[in-house]
Design a protein around this ligand. Structure first.
Ligand code: TYM
Length: 333
């Protein structure tokens, strides 16, 4: 039996990934790479939807690759590459744009949220066509599964719709992908505003745990996270969103169940609990940050790994693009 294909991507828009990126997505990338044919890319072209200083974009793309490897994405077990290294992504992206309806694209909530925040005049067209490039990322590799956080569900649904539409118009060309979203960790919330998701674009970074932050900074953020009413450590997202979020984080990192943690902290206050969560998070992230910093010291080594990844990815991407062009009726060269 052939192995199932997996594809996912992450944007290099910031100096560090946050705990939501890890628990919602990258942790699953690491698990899936062992029994699947996995392709993971740093989607640097998607990051161009936010204007960034060129030196910073370059630095962040490499830092993203280093963090992925430090978090356990193993270039010997999967194909790790930069999106811009495989030009087929742009080529299939255009085809997806010609397939998607304007209304359909206008309904993407991420586009609506982001464009509302910055206003029409400051919203680039690329933000609107972003999900079609994402569809191309996925379909080029004929992915069966796409491990992501809850906020990406709608984009994966759109990808399925586009693949199905193409197949029924032009003949079977694309595998229909499925979102792979785990219940625990699918949405990690901000520590200061625990009803909103932890996000790289939050107004304040006080509630965002960054992988590359120092242990001291992260411990402080957890200890000063928003306090819910009451005093018992119980999982109840409505009444205790802050504590529930910390329970989810502890459980995902320690591998212990939420009910086990509730019993452990029965009769103890929020203060004790927060200190323990701070220890769990900091102990988990310390060696990862260290490893990422080491990897970044050898930039050419890192680029070589990405180049190899791109070469492997391109073999698959070329094949899909060729059959797509053929099925569309574009004349062979
Ligand atoms: P990005 O870079 O915003 O986020 C990367 C991954 O992290 C997940 N995530 C979260 N999960 C749980 N809780 C949170 N608070 C949280 N915040 C972020 C996201 O769901 C995502 O899985 N459009 C994608 C990038 C992309 C992509 C793709 C993904 C481009 N092409 C192809 C999959 C397949 C994005 O913006 O992710």
């Amino acid at each position: 039996m052939t192995m199932k294909r997996v594809l996912s991507g992450i944007q290099p828009t910031h100096d560090s990934f946050h705990l939501g990126n890890y628990l919602g997505a990258v942790k699953q990338w690491v698990e899936l790479q062992h029994k699947h044919d996995a392709f993971y890319c740093v989607v640097d072209l998607h990051a161009l939807t936010i204007e960034t200083d060129p030196a910073l974009l370059r630095k962040r793309s490499l830092a993203s690759a280093a963090q992925l490897i430090a978090l356990g994405v193993d270039p010997d077990k999967c194909t790790l590459f930069l999106q811009s290294h495989v030009s087929e992504h742009n080529q299939l992206g255009w085809i997806m744009e010609c397939l998607a309806g304007f209304g359909e694209a206008s309904r993407m909530t991420q586009f609506k949220d982001k464009s509302q925040k910055s206003g029409t005049d400051r919203t680039v067209v690329g933000l609107f066509t972003y999900p079609m490039l994402q569809a191309a990322d996925i379909l080029l590799y004929q992915a069966d599964l796409v491990p992501v956080g809850e906020d990406q569900r709608q984009h994966i649904e759109l990808t399925r719709d586009l693949a199905g539409r193409f197949n029924s118009r032009y003949g079977d060309t694309f595998q229909l992908p499925e979102a792979y979203i785990l219940k625990a960790g699918a949405k990690i919330n901000d520590l200061q505003d625990p009803t909103s998701k932890m996000s790289k674009s939050a107004n304040s970074m006080q509630g965002v745990i960054e992988i590359m932050d120092t242990p001291e900074v992260n411990a402080k953020k957890i200890k000063s996270s928003m306090t819910d009413t009451g005093r018992e450590v119980l999982f109840n997202e409505k009444e205790k969103p802050g504590i529930s979020n910390l329970l989810t984080i502890h459980s995902a990192l320690s591998g212990r169940s939420i009910s086990e943690l509730e019993s452990e902290f029965a009769g103890k206050g929020y203060g004790d609990f927060k200190s323990t969560v701070a220890d769990v998070v900091v102990d988990y992230l310390r060696p990862i940050r260290q490893r990422a910093l080491e990897l970044l010291e050898d930039e050419s080594g890192l680029i070589a790994v990405l180049r190899q990844g791109a070469e492997k990815a391109q073999v698959v991407a070329e094949k899909t693009l060729a059959s797509t062009y053929k099925n569309l009726g574009l004349v062979e060269r």
